[in-house]
Design a protein around this ligand. Structure first.
Ligand SMILES: NC(=O)c1ccc[n+]([C@@H]2O[C@H](COP(=O)([O-])OP(=O)(O)OC[C@H]3O[C@@H](n4cnc5c(N)ncnc54)[C@H](O)[C@@H]3O)[C@@H](O)[C@H]2O)c1
Ligand SMILES: CC(C)[C@H](C(=O)O)[C@@H](O)C(=O)O
Ligand SMILES: [Mg+2]
Length: 356
């Protein structure tokens, strides 16, 4: 199959990890007889530096014309420490999600067996944990009206959801639950927020179309607690943009590290595949970032956008083999990991390629 992929590496470790993600895609193409062509596009701080705009029009055009997008990360300390900055790298990411109508962000929480004992959570609470988050991605407080009033002394971000926005993400989540363990947990704050009461109402309506799915509703505060206390109780979780952002960073500790969590942002058009982590200023340029989230995002691309199941499985299997062989990046190593098995980004990539 011929596929055209746009690589939007972005900022910080985004550059380092997408290099490995792309190498893995190349190896898959070679191994399975596909032809993948690539283009690059700017976003975030890198785009601001080059064009003054965190999301140049050209990036949107190239993305729309592609078959899939491999995304790295955006962010720069310069803006994190300057709340008054009007132009920010993160606007690039939010903008491309909106421009491409990528309303569903699938974040699988997959714990590789080999990492069971290196997690900060006790293995007896973790073994067998397997959660698929559906984070709504183009609505909520992220995209509601925002601003300042009273001479800048009051600020607001409107938390807003429309029925159709909740319905379409709920349908995707229920459809996925039907292919899994048929359990769905919807997370909101309906005891306080009106937008959450609409959320719950719509999820209850959609649930009637899926009588086989066992549905529970949890408030975000309780869900955050249950995720650590008993991760195995969850199968599919559907939630809003902000709650999903926070809960999945928390859930990264079930998988071992932020560097292990991949995601697929899908909707109306071209899918965008992005690790859940950011540009990680603290390790940028050190060559120690874990590339597996990018590699596993590439696997999601193969599966979801290209329908290449065997190819996707080959990638996940290679990750599994590398971990079984004992190799670790720093973030997933523990006190028992021999020093010579702790690899940098590039060396981890080489190990993966050797398994493919
Ligand atoms: N999708 C995105 O592009 C995205 C996501 C989150 C944060 N950000 C941006 O990234 C910047 C840094 O934010 P942050 O520090 O809150 O979050 P972060 O995800 O960048 O980093 C959080 C912690 O996880 C570690 N980490 C993250 N990815 C890793 C990897 N692949 N391997 C090893 N360790 C990894 C980092 O070193 C850091 O200690 C900010 O500017 C923020 O806005 C972007
Ligand atoms: C950088 C930021 C805009 C982004 C988000 O909040 O969606 C990030 O945290 C993520 O999880 O992809
Ligand atoms: Mg996040």
């Amino acid at each position: 199959m011929k596929k055209h992929i746009v690589v939007i590496a972005g900022d910080g470790i985004g550059q380092e990890v997408t290099t490995v993600g792309k190498q893995v895609l190349d190896r898959i193409a070679e191994k399975f007889g596909h032809e993948f062509t690539y283009d690059e596009a700017l976003i975030g701080h890198a785009a601001i530096e080059a064009t003054g705009n965190p999301l140049p029009e050209e990036t949107v055009t190239k993305s729309k014309q592609s078959d899939a997008i491999l995304f790295g990360a955006v962010g720069h300390p310069k803006y994190d420490n300057d709340p008054s900055a009007k132009v920010r790298p993160e606007q690039g990411l939010l903008g491309i999600r909106k421009a491409l109508g990528l309303y569903a962000n699938l974040r699988p929480i997959k714990l590789f067996d080999e990492l069971l004992h290196s997690s900060s959570i006790k293995p007896e609470f973790l073994q067998g944990a397997d959660i698929l988050f559906f984070r709504e991605l183009t609505g909520d407080v992220y995209f509601g009206e925002k601003g300042r009033k009273d001479d800048g002394n009051t600020a607001y971000d409107l938390m807003i959801y429309s029925r159709y926005e909740v319905e379409r993400i709920a349908v995707k989540a229920f459809d996925a639950a039907m292919t899994r363990r048929k359990k769905l947990c919807s997370v909101d704050k309906a005891n306080v927020l009106e937008s959450s009461r609409l959320w719950r109402e719509v999820v209850q309506e959609v649930a009637k179309r899926y009588p086989e799915v066992e549905v529970e509703h949890q408030f975000i505060d309780a869900a955050a607690m249950l995720l650590i206390k008993d991760p195995r109780r969850f199968d599919v979780v559907v939630t809003g943009n902000l709650f999903g952002d926070i809960l999945t960073d928390e859930a990264s500790q079930i998988a071992g590290s932020m560097g292990m969590l991949a995601s697929a942002s899908v909707g109306d058009t071209t899918g965008l595949y992005e690790p859940i982590h950011g540009s990680a200023h603290d390790i940028t340029g050190k060559g120690v970032a874990n590339p597996l989230a990018s590699v596993l995002s590439a696997a999601l691309m193969l599966d979801i956008s290209f329908g290449m199941k065997a190819e996707a499985e080959a990638v996940v299997d290679a990750v599994d083999q590398v971990l079984k062989a004992g190799f670790r990046t720093r973030d997933i190593a523990d006190a028992n990991t021999p020093k010579d098995l702790i690899l940098g980004t590039e060396a981890m990539g080489k190990q993966l390629l050797s398994k493919l």
